[in-house]
Design a binder for this molecule. Structure first.
Ligand code: 5GP
Ligand code: SF4
Ligand code: MG
Length: 458
């Protein structure tokens, strides 16, 4: 999912709209904005893309100089309006709205405890847990929020709005990214820095693991709700999620992906006539591979720009259909050629199976698949839609078997050390690179649980 927030800008809803539109790649299922003018909450949520959910009149009705917004992709297929965010509540101390990116691992347990104490949940979203924890507390709002955040296990970035305050928080491992920026006198927050660029805001810094920022009429202060844990930023952000023009700490995403491609070319060279990437997320890596290998980069595949991200469709049938509608091979480029095809990752194997066949049908003589990340073997508990190992082709099959299943002439994955080095920057300096790599090496940074019957937001 993607979150975006504004504090202290006259038309906060419009700014949030542009921010969310820029974060659209993080979730295409639903979108929502909640604003406040300091007294009254106004909000709207709907299923679909940001530009489908909001029009000019709707935005104009969302008055206020502060806002939080959300684009959603659900991680358990529970796709419905009730779970669209921001979630908005009336508490005895006033209005409260919450937008999250991530997953609270212990949400089912916390929810059971809250229900035993009398809380009535309106959604199946794990995000609702934090609202109930805050609402039940006897303490003032900031203390209550800190206490609530301290109880959560998982990977999450939160934006929490009340009539007089905006809170921004990151889990203690910094699993999910969130950055702050400045636009004139206003503050803005975004899952990715690319949305700051869109609205012309200056990047200030990333919200630190375990940090809670409190904005109100007095300005802002930074508090800690938990001691600094070891940073473990999701490595899939580097591989797939974030936009190439975003910056995670000191690393630009395009540049990092290009280095991953270069490293892949060093680790697994192959004789070929051209290199192609699977658009859009693999283009940077393909450019890097081509450059390093000295093989021309070509547009062997194109993507229908009107189709969204197929992976984040909630069912396998929709995903298969999605790939067919999304990608096409360019016959005049690949016919009779030995093609190196770069993809950023293989998860279920839906994409690779189809694209190898597409290239062959278009006349490619050889297809060598090169994946710019290690085999994705373990489920994510922090908001990415891979609930069980059975869904993960690399968990149940060897590289040779996957190669055979996809019909490629050869297949290779970037090594984990190669990937960490390629990401580079601040991330190579810490022991594990400051990254979560659990889907590759099973080293989960937090205790993990089974979040049965609840939805979250990647
Ligand atoms: P598969 O088709 O093997 O299930 O998924 C891999 C493809 O989906 C790649 O082309 C990758 O770009 C894309 N993708 C979309 N969403 C995700 C995600 O959440 N995780 C990963 N690893 N890949 C994703
Ligand atoms: Fe990201 Fe993988 Fe860690 Fe999940 S398990 S947070 S996808 S690196
Ligand atoms: Mg892809």
């Amino acid at each position: 999912c993607g979150v975006f927030g504004v504090f202290g800008y006259e038309d906060a809803a419009s700014l949030t709209y542009y921010g969310l539109h820029t974060l659209q790649h993080r979730g295409e299922e639903s979108a929502g904005i909640c604003t406040s003018d300091g007294h009254t909450f106004r909000y709207h949520r709907g299923m679909g893309l940001v530009k489908e959910v909001f029009d000019k009149d709707r935005l104009a009705s969302l008055e206020g100089d502060r806002a939080i917004g959300h684009v959603r992709y659900s991680t358990s297929g529970d796709s419905r309006l009730a779970n669209a965010q921001p979630l908005v509540f009336k508490t005895r101390d006033g209005d409260l709205a919450v937008a999250t990116n991530g997953n609270i691992v212990n949400a089912p347990m916390l929810r059971r405890e809250l229900e035993q104490k009398g809380s009535i949940f309106q959604t199946t979203s794990d995000t609702e847990v934090i609202a109930h924890l805050i609402a039940r507390s006897e303490s003032d709002f900031v203390t209550a929020a800190k206490d609530a955040l301290r109880q959560l296990v998982g990977g999450f970035a939160f934006l929490i709005l009340t009539n007089d305050k905006l809170l921004v928080a990151s889990d203690t491992y910094g699993l999910r990214p969130i950055v702050m920026g400045r636009l004139g006198d206003a503050w803005v927050f975004s899952s990715e820095s690319c949305a700051l660029d869109t609205i012309g805001a200056d990047f200030v810094r990333a919200v630190e693991p375990g940090e809670m920022l409190v904005f109100d009429a007095m300005g802002y202060r930074s508090e800690r709700f938990a001691p600094v844990a070891k940073r473990a930023l999701c490595s899939m952000e580097f591989i797939y999620f974030s936009r190439p023009d975003s910056q995670l700490y000191d690393v630009n995403l395009h540049t990092a992906r290009k280095r991953m491609g270069m490293r892949l070319a060093e680790e697994f060279p192959v004789e070929a006539d051209l290199v192609s990437g699977v658009p859009d997320s693999s283009i940077s890596a393909a450019i890097g591979y081509a450059e390093k290998a000295g093989i021309p980069y070509e547009m062997g595949m194109i993507k229908n720009k009107y189709s969204g991200r197929t992976f984040i469709q909630p069912s396998q049938e929709l995903r298969e259909q999605g790939v067919k509608m999304k990608l096409s091979a360019v016959r005049s480029v690949v016919e009779g050629k030995r093609v190196v095809l770069i993809d950023d990752s293989i998860v279920r194997g839906t994409t690779s199976r189809r694209i190898v066949k597409m290239l062959r049908d278009a006349g490619a003589k050889e297809v060598h698949l090169r994946i710019a990340s290690p085999p994705f073997k373990n489920p994510c508990f922090y908001g990415i839609d891979t609930p069980t190992s059975d869904d993960l082709i690399a968990s149940t099959h060897t590289v040779e078997q996957i190669c055979e299943m996809t019909g490629a002439d050869s297949l290779a994955f970037l090594s984990q050390p190669g990937m960490i080095e390629a990401i580079g920057g601040a991330f190579t300096k810490e022991a594990s690179g400051g990254l979560c790599l659990a889907c590759f090496d099973k080293e989960y940074p937090t205790p993990i649980g089974v979040s049965a019957n609840m939805t979250s937001c990647g």
